[in-house]
Design a protein around this ligand. Structure first.
Ligand SMILES: Cc1cc2nc3c(=O)[nH]c(=O)nc-3n(C[C@H](O)[C@H](O)[C@H](O)COP(=O)(O)OP(=O)(O)OC[C@H]3O[C@@H](n4cnc5c(N)ncnc54)[C@H](O)[C@@H]3O)c2cc1C
Length: 786
């Protein structure tokens, strides 16, 4: 084993082997993989090897497409077969809702170039004769599904990496990781120490243990997972290999395995494995079978596919594999640690392993993952994702793997966890809460406790009318919204404005003023949108997206402020309330001594004020597009502020409103938001944020690329759409059609109650957006639709 390397990848499962290969492919040859036993000795060896392209996050779906296309390449380089069987697959719908869901998946797949097809039950039975037609309502066909040999894939990556210059050492366990002052690591192993510039944790079942070696608790948990293989079936003899099949109602997946069928389940009563720590002596082992646990799924499976019930069980496999709370991988650099990277929590290594390896290698080599991987960025989790939180959410996610998640469905595990001081008061006002980073926040308010339930649906739900009433209250009088779930940072120090000016694309506002600003990476892409509120020459209050707090802090660390400037996250220290609507000024004026007139406190002002006895920061800005104020107070004052506003609000027609109404109103106004309209695949011009980029500044991160984008106009354009909708509104990721072709995608959608119109925001080619706008005006209101 070498004593110095550029990168030490820890873990020789499919993910570690893929990372190693991709590093060599990207030109880093001095790389080492350290494996405790033989390659595949974690969850990889006993995987069913299934692979598919469909994923709820289109950006993850793209990486899955990439993975499947990669197998030919690594077979060619290594000479090792991956045992690829592309059989095609069908997903069966047993209910109307599931068929709706499949139609949605098909529509979403369109702009990714996926050739998914909705087919009838009769067509499905022709493709997959083992099914009993009476249980199904329809199906979706995907030509690119199949399975691979897990051993073959891992060794094909490994051999390809070795051919590219990598070293692999087996039977060598990493027992410790020590950071060195220069940012490199001492990797302590059972065979001696290695000094590595970078370390990658691809420890799979032991990724938590490797994390603990460097003082972090990664939000992952292994679940036990079982599949069985039937005896040989006469129905398959002499036939072409059967398709892959997912039966959502049975919670099972099926594929052919030699002369029989392989059937696996994501059962409701899923059981975690090694909840706190993973034993080091677990090798190529299996767990005891527990068919009783999956009996309900098997029962449905045998009814839906009777021939399987006749075939007898030849073999049962019960093995553990890891999940993050939302079921997507954890990839990227860890904030607070230099040159420490993770590639773990990969629950579908044979669909995702290639994409994970590609993204991580680009990130390490080029400083950027090269694709929008927010959905699998390790920074999407914060300190709130504790071991017990992860346990509750992973169990929920596993048990719901084949369940429909409706657009208005709020999941219940690990709740309520974080609440603000007014939680009970909002409950008493019949609030329905959503969960955001473990924090409860009001989504809408029901007229009575009895009506305070969300009936889940793809169509307009029971909250529709109530959300409409909330929007109208904001439009006509005044609404009160809790806004504690925004991210906040305090920037202090003499050079804070200089540092912010370098980090952000817009200019830092004068004292007492607010500026909206995109944050760009070096490639000129959007990695954040912020509100800078300037309290003093050396003091700014920065408001952004709370879910991206760790992501932002990691960026701020990479572009560290100069000595004397501090950047402090303070999201939960300052909680907030917003009042919006034409009466909001009169309401607030009745509680403060400051003059709130337009002249004295115009739009985009920000000031420290006393509201009654409550010391607060007040900004004149509102995401609703109406006259409005955002009020920030330290947590101890929030109840008092709430009582003051609600009491004084009585004479002004104050009504509570929630996140759903806010979402509808910001879409009406065409205001984008992070992770929807603003993501690292778009530039500021494309996103319609050009006016918030101050090209008069001589330097800021991403300036050159943004200037180029301004010059060229960018490839895409964020556009607002009105939709001829019946009883369902867009939710995001639907395709945008133009002249019989899919030309773009929807990022957000809602019913705009103030304009009585179904609406959406989305991206289309820039040229088309301009041409179409012209068309719209000349055609006197002809609509584009999504
Ligand atoms: C029953 C079952 C069926 C499955 N079916 C499918 C399927 O059909 N399709 C699919 O895509 N996925 C499937 N999976 C999931 C798949 O197995 C995982 O996604 C994949 O194995 C994850 O690979 P990994 O490399 O992240 O982790 P692992 O395979 O766990 O690899 C981690 C490696 O790191 C090594 N290691 C850990 N710590 C150290 C250390 N300190 N020093 C040195 N080495 C270390 C381990 O020995 C191990 O080899 C299935 C899993 C199970 C259990």
């Amino acid at each position: 084993m070498k004593s110095h390397v550029r990168v030490a990848v820890i873990g020789g499962g499919v993910v570690g082997a893929s990372v190693l290969y991709h590093l060599t492919k990207a030109g880093w040859k001095d790389v080492l993989l350290v494996e405790r036993a033989e390659l595949t000795s974690g969850s990889t060896w006993h995987a069913a090897g299934g692979m598919h392209t469909v994923n709820g996050d289109p950006n993850v779906a793209k990486l899955q497409q990439y993975t499947i296309q990669l197998y030919k390449e690594i077979e060619q380089i290594s000479g090792q077969s991956c045992g690829v069987h592309i059989t095609g697959g069908i997903m069966l719908a047993g209910t109307r809702e599931r068929l709706d869901w499949l139609k949605m998946a098909k529509a979403r797949g369109r702009y990714l170039g996926m050739e998914l097809e909705i087919i009838s039950v009769a067509e499905a039975a022709k493709l997959f004769p083992l099914l009993e037609k009476k249980h199904f309502k329809g199906a979706m066909f995907d030509p690119i599904e199949g399975h691979v040999d897990p051993y073959g894939v891992t060794h094909a990556y490994a051999k390809s990496a070795q051919i590219g210059g990598a070293e692999i050492v087996r039977h060598t366990r990493v027992t410790g990781l020590q950071p060195r002052p220069d940012g490199s690591w001492d990797v302590i192993t059972t065979q001696g120490n290695v000094r590595a510039e970078h370390v990658v944790n691809a420890g799979g079942l032991w990724a938590r243990e490797l994390g603990r070696m460097v003082g972090i608790e990664l939000p992952i948990l292994a679940m036990q997972h079982q599949y069985l293989i039937t005896g040989d079936m006469p129905e398959l003899k002499g036939k072409q290999e059967q398709l892959h099949c997912i039966d959502f109602e049975g919670e099972i997946y099926i594929r052919q395995e030699r002369g029989g069928m392989l059937m696996g389940t994501y059962e409701r009563a899923g059981v975690p494995w090694s909840e706190v720590s993973t034993p080091w002596d677990f090798g190529q082992d299996l767990l005891p079978n527990d068919l009783e646990r999956i009996a309900p799924s098997l029962e449905v499976g045998f009814q839906h596919f009777p021939a399987l019930g006749q075939a007898g069980i030849r073999k049962v496999v019960n093995g553990p594999f890891t999940f993050a709370p939302d079921g997507n991988p954890l990839v990227g650099p860890i904030r607070g640690l230099k040159n420490f990277w993770v590639a773990c929590g990969v629950m579908a290594g044979f669909s995702q392993g290639g994409g994970v390896g590609l993204a991580l290698s680009r990130w390490m080599v080029d400083g950027d993952p090269g694709a929008d991987i927010w959905g699998m960025d390790v920074a999407r989790y914060g300190d709130w994702a504790t071991l017990a939180y992860t346990n509750a959410k992973v169990r929920e996610n596993y048990s719901r793997r084949f369940s429909i998640r409706f657009p208005n469905e709020e999941l219940t595990a690990a709740r309520p966890l974080r609440t603000t001081p007014i939680y009970e008061k909002l409950q008493a006002a019949h609030a329905l809460f959503g969960d955001y980073c473990g924090l409860e926040h009001p989504l809408w308010f029901a007229p009575s406790a009895r009506q305070a339930v969300d009936r889940v649906s793809f169509r307009r739900s029971n909250s529709h009318a109530h959300v409409g009433a909330e929007c109208r209250a904001v439009q006509e009088s005044v609404g009160l919204l809790e806004i504690s779930n925004y991210g906040k940072f305090e920037i202090r120090g003499p050079a804070s404005a200089e540092w912010l000016s370098h980090i952000m694309a817009n200019r830092v506002p004068n004292v007492g003023r607010i500026a909206l600003t995109p944050m760009l990476n070096e490639r000129g892409k959007l990695i954040g949108d912020f509100t800078i509120c300037r309290l003093a020459a050396d003091h700014c209050f920065l408001i952004g997206t709370y879910a991206a707090e760790t992501y932002y802090l990691r960026w701020f660390e990479r572009h560290a402020p100069p000595a004397g400037v501090s950047v402090r996250p303070c999201a939960m220290e300052y909680v907030g309330l917003s009042v919006a609507g034409p009466h909001s000024r009169a309401l607030l004026q009745s509680l403060v001594r400051d003059d709130l007139s337009n002249a004295a406190f115009p739009f985009m002002s920000f000031r420290r004020m006393d509201i009654g006895m409550v010391p607060a920061y007040v900004g004149r800005v509102s995401f609703t597009g109406e006259l409005g104020y955002e009020i920030w107070v330290t947590t101890d004052y929030q109840r008092a502020l709430f009582d003051l506003l609600t009491q004084a609000g009585r004479t002004h027609g104050l009504r509570h409103f929630g996140g759903r109404a806010l979402n509808a109103m910001r879409i009406e106004k065409g205001f984008g938001t992070w992770a929807r309209e603003y993501r690292p695949i778009y530039g500021p011009i494309e996103a319609g944020l050009g006016r918030f980029v101050d090209f008069k500044k001589s330097a800021f991160i991403g300036r050159a690329a943004a200037a180029e984008e301004k010059e060229s106009g960018g490839a895409l354009r964020l556009a607002a759409f009105s939709i001829d909708a019946g009883d369902a509104d867009a939710i995001g990721d639907e395709p945008v059609w133009h002249d019989g072709r899919v030309v773009g995608w929807v990022t957000s959608g809602a019913f705009g109650h103030r304009v009585a119109q179904s609406l959406a925001l989305g991206y289309v080619p820039a040229g088309l957006a301009t041409a179409d706008l012209k068309l719209r005006s000349s055609a006197n209101g002809a609509r584009r639709s999504a």
